[in-house]
Design a protein around this ligand. Structure first.
Ligand SMILES: [Zn+2]
Length: 138
């Protein structure tokens, strides 16, 4: 059996609602009710004005690659069999940026470009576990 990717450890008050939502394949982000800023990654205060009054919203999962790098070799047991894989920053249309993987390409070195449109896909981690938000070409 393949090794699991490293997982978040709970309890984790700022990010636990985010990870719980991934079990329902919902990519959530926050918006500030005081100033309107979009906040990501999940936390208890607005990164723009410091207010603690944040709403949680569900992203439609459409965005564009901001930048990426291709990992050619990883010795971590969960990644050793992957071959080359892309770690990317993706800018979601709702206005936040997430570190993720771009999957669904034959050759991550040549098939991914900055600015290319991508859409959300989920990689389930097992029964009752969190799911990881990843992106593939749109
Ligand atoms: Zn704010």
């Amino acid at each position: 059996m393949a090794a699991k990717r490293p997982q978040p450890r709970f309890p984790e008050p700022d990010t636990e609602p985010f990870w719980e939502a991934t079990k329902n394949h919902q990519l959530t982000y926050q918006t500030c009710n005081a100033c309107g800023a979009v906040v990501f990654y999940p936390r208890s205060h607005c990164t723009s004005c410091g207010a603690r009054d944040l709403d949680r919203k569900v992203s439609a999962g459409h965005g564009a690659v901001y930048t990426f790098s291709v990992i050619m070799q990883s010795r971590h047991p969960a990644f050793a069999e992957l071959g080359p894989y892309a770690v990317a920053y993706v800018d979601l249309d709702e206005g936040f940026r997430i570190m993720t993987n771009v999957v669904g390409v034959n050759d991550p070195v040549n098939d991914i470009t900055c600015g290319m449109r991508v859409k959300l896909v989920w990689q389930d981690q097992g029964d009752g576990d969190i799911s990881l938000p990843m992106f593939e070409p749109a």
